[in-house]
Design a protein around this ligand. Structure first.
Ligand code: B12
Length: 252
């Protein structure tokens, strides 16, 4: 491995991370795509390249919410605003000349198997060293955020050979009791066809890691766990509040 190549790649990682963080994605970790391909089923592999290429796992914690709110205020009421926000924000980075010239390919967590672009994002999260994927509970657990984060996308750079050191693989931080409780609640949620948001929230609340600092709150909690208000109500409240603030600013 050439030392220049490796330090160049470290620069690429640093600048890609910074650009993603400016868009609200505070999780952005490189991984060896062949390590991902070795674990997943054939149909979930990334076949864009035969070489051992570089990928990035993109995600966010609750810190991204203000970025989403600004986006919403710009676009107004639309369907699936989080998906649109993610598409636009990721494209805001990958379309920058310094990255677009490297021909990145993006896959989102919501890309379905039938689209041919599905990525098992939790495996990418695992091999990037971000969070341990527990195949028993279907949850990924991060050492600081616990389960209070989401994965958004994977960006593949098919023309760039992975030259970095392999990330340290994360360890399972769930206790056997937590696994059992998550399993029990997941069965309940399945019986309810995932319709009762209170059960879904109970599942996420089982593990104490990161809860104090990273658990969603306020509008963000109500949006992702519409128990107190519907998603539409949360969006409308956010937009009404902005209109009100604009009015106040004009009156000052
Ligand atoms: C389909 C899906 C659902 C379905 C079914 C979930 C399921 N696991 O079966 C439904 C609609 C029920 C659902 C619900 C929710 N989901 Co969901 N969902 C997904 C989605 C789109 C695909 C997951 C999937 O199909 N898994 C089934 C198969 C493919 O996984 P598998 O059997 O383990 O097989 C793979 C691995 O075993 C791997 N593998 C094989 N050997 C090895 C060895 C090692 C070491 C490793 C690492 C991997 C590995 O190979 C296989 C893939 O080829 C992912 C996003 C994504 N694109 O990945 C989000 C995702 C799993 N969901 C997520 C979330 C947050 C939720 C909800 C909490 C949402 C909510 N607000 O309530 C709920 C509750 C989930 C829960 N567990 O309680 C998050 C989880 C975040 C985290 N910290 O783990 C994800 C990652 C989305 C995201 N944007 O972050 N979800």
């Amino acid at each position: 491995m050439s030392r220049e190549g490796c330090s160049e790649q470290k620069d690429l990682v640093a600048s890609f991370r910074e650009a993603m963080s400016e868009e609200g994605f505070d999780i952005c970790n490189p991984f060896r795509v062949s390590a991902y391909n070795e674990l997943v089923r054939d149909r979930h592999r990334f076949n864009g390249s035969s070489v051992d290429c570089l990928g990035f796992l993109i995600g966010n914690t609750k810190s991204s919410w203000p970025h989403f709110v600004s986006y919403l205020q710009r676009v107004g009421m639309i369907k699936d605003p989080v998906e649109h926000f993610c598409r636009e924000a990721v494209a805001g980075v990958t379309s920058q000349k310094r990255f677009s010239s490297l021909n990145p390919e993006v896959r989102f967590d919501f890309d379905t198997p039938s689209s041919g672009k599905f990525v098992h994002i939790q495996t990418a999260g695992h091999v990037s060293g971000t969070a341990y994927y527990d195949k028993e509970t279907f949850w990924s657990i991060h050492p600081h955020y616990g389960v209070w984060f989401v994965y958004r996308a994977v960006v593949f750079f098919p023309t760039i050979t992975y030259l970095l050191e392999d990330p340290i693989l994360p360890v399972n931080l769930f206790t056997p009791e937590e696994c059992k409780e998550i399993g029990r609640l997941t069965e309940k949620a399945q019986m309810e066809r995932w319709r009762d948001m209170r059960t879904r929230l109970l599942i996420r609340d089982v593990c104490p890691i990161g809860k104090d600092k990273w658990r969603y709150e306020g509008d963000q909690l109500d949006y992702f766990y519409p128990i107190e208000r519907t998603k539409e109500e949360v969006l409308r409240d956010l937009l009404d509040r902005e209109t009100e603030q604009q009015g106040n600013r004009r009156d000052e």
